[in-house]
Design a protein around this ligand. Structure first.
Ligand code: NAP
Length: 365
């Protein structure tokens, strides 16, 4: 184990491993402390009902099925999601059911409807939460913002969380590549005395990388901040700002796109993923290094107040309020499509499509 990294201090500790994360020691779970065989043993009498076949539903349910767990899927019939489940090999009446039927059959309910959908379906799900079952979330949203969602589970069930830190698409893709997406886990309510084991076993079952403990509150606050911030919102915003500036100063679309997006995704971000930011810097020109080392402080200072505002709004429930309102709108999907189309059809992302088409691996297509 010590071979993983010479800088990592490892002490075995029941089901967790102590890892030094830059000077702060945390307990995490890997497949060494909690192997697949242990997860299979822990869940051998369970039927895991995955409710919802959107983005996370397919990734988590297919990984669990492939790893030998008893899994069924619950999904509204007559929808694209139902057809997708059938195409993925789920058998109507055997492993694929309407939501109510799956909820009745499951002993662990993996609640993977959209967060707004969880609020809407909750009154129908609640009667199926009988003594000893577990209700498993992939987000702290419904529980933490219960004043907005009205999701209050009965005291007789375990309430647990396994939150993959990545898209459901990556949950599946990485699993198929033999890798995994890291996930956090938490126990909100331990009715059976086995909630923690059930949570970790579910985390291993869905094919997680390492699992780190959290609380429902910390999961939802960090997740809502991250996706609005660096992972998605800030990423798009800062790219648009630089692209627009370069275009306004007379640079061509291909030059502006290459200097803003293509070089980042094709060259630099993979280097950061491999060995960290300093290593990426070390592999750039001395000119680039000098400028980047100076300007990162200016950019950090410029956005610090925006992050403060974001975290405050998340904690106050303003962001979840917006999500529940927008995503409960009957025209949600059309409205979303309009917004995404606007992005897709912008000059910057049209330039991106042209640039992607010119990647050598796409020349023959
Ligand atoms: N997306 C991710 O990669 C990701 C990552 C980490 C955590 N999470 C969390 O995982 C959970 C699931 O997220 P997701 O992104 O997979 O959800 P999603 O793709 O938005 O979920 C869509 C699913 O919810 C169903 N649904 C929506 N409204 C419904 C309603 N009123 N009644 C019944 N079914 C309804 C949809 O069914 P129809 O097709 O019938 O509409 C579909 O099965 C959420 O808590 C989310 O925060 C997601």
């Amino acid at each position: 184990m010590a071979g993983r990294s010479t800088q990592i201090c490892i002490i075995f500790y029941f089901t967790t491993m102590k890892i030094d994360f830059g000077g702060v020691t945390e307990d995490v779970v890997t497949r060494d402390e909690f192997p697949l065989s242990r997860a299979q043993e822990a869940l051998k009498d369970e039927t895991i009902a995955v409710l919802g076949y959107g983005v996370q539903g397919p990734g988590q349910s297919l990984n669990m099925r492939d790893q030998g767990f008893r899994v069924i899927v619950g999904q509204r019939k007559g929808t694209d999601s139902w057809d997708k489940a059938v195409n993925d090999g789920w058998k109507p009446g055997e492993t694929l059911f309407e939501l109510d039927e799956a909820a009745a059959r499951g002993t662990i309910i993996q609640y993977l409807l959209s967060d707004a959908g969880q609020k809407q379906y909750w009154p129908a799900l609640k009667p199926h939460l009988t003594k000893g079952k577990a209700l498993c979330f992939s987000h702290g949203f419904s529980i933490v913002y219960k004043d907005q969602t009205r999701v209050v589970p009965p005291a007789c069930v375990d309430v647990i969380l396994v939150a993959p830190k990545g898209s459901g698409t990556s949950v599946r893709r990485n699993f198929l590549k033999g890798s995994g997406i890291n996930a956090s886990f938490a126990v909100f309510q331990d009715a059976t005395g086995h909630a923690r084991d059930r949570a970790i076993a579910c985390g291993i079952a869905v094919g997680s990388g390492f699992l780190f403990p959290t609380t429902f509150e910390n999961e939802v606050w960090s997740d809502l901040t991250g996706e609005r911030g660096v992972l998605m919102g800030a990423l798009a915003g800062i790219m648009e700002a630089q692209y627009n500036l370069l275009r306004a100063k007379g640079h061509s679309p291909s030059e502006a796109f290459n200097e803003t997006v293509e070089e980042a995704t094709q060259s630099l971000i993979p280097l950061i993923a491999e060995k960290g930011m300093d290593w990426m810097y070390a592999n750039c020109s001395t000119t680039a290094q000098r400028g980047a080392l100076d300007w990162r402080h200016k950019f950090r200072k410029a956005v610090e107040p925006v992050f403060e505002e974001l975290y405050k709004r998340v904690k106050e429930g303003k962001e979840t309020e917006i999500v529940l309102k927008a995503n409960s709108d009957p025209h949600y999907r059309e409205n979303l499509k309009k917004e995404l189309d606007e992005m897709k059809n912008s000059e910057m992302w049209q330039a991106g499509a042209a640039v992607r088409g010119l990647r050598p691996e796409n020349w023959k297509k």
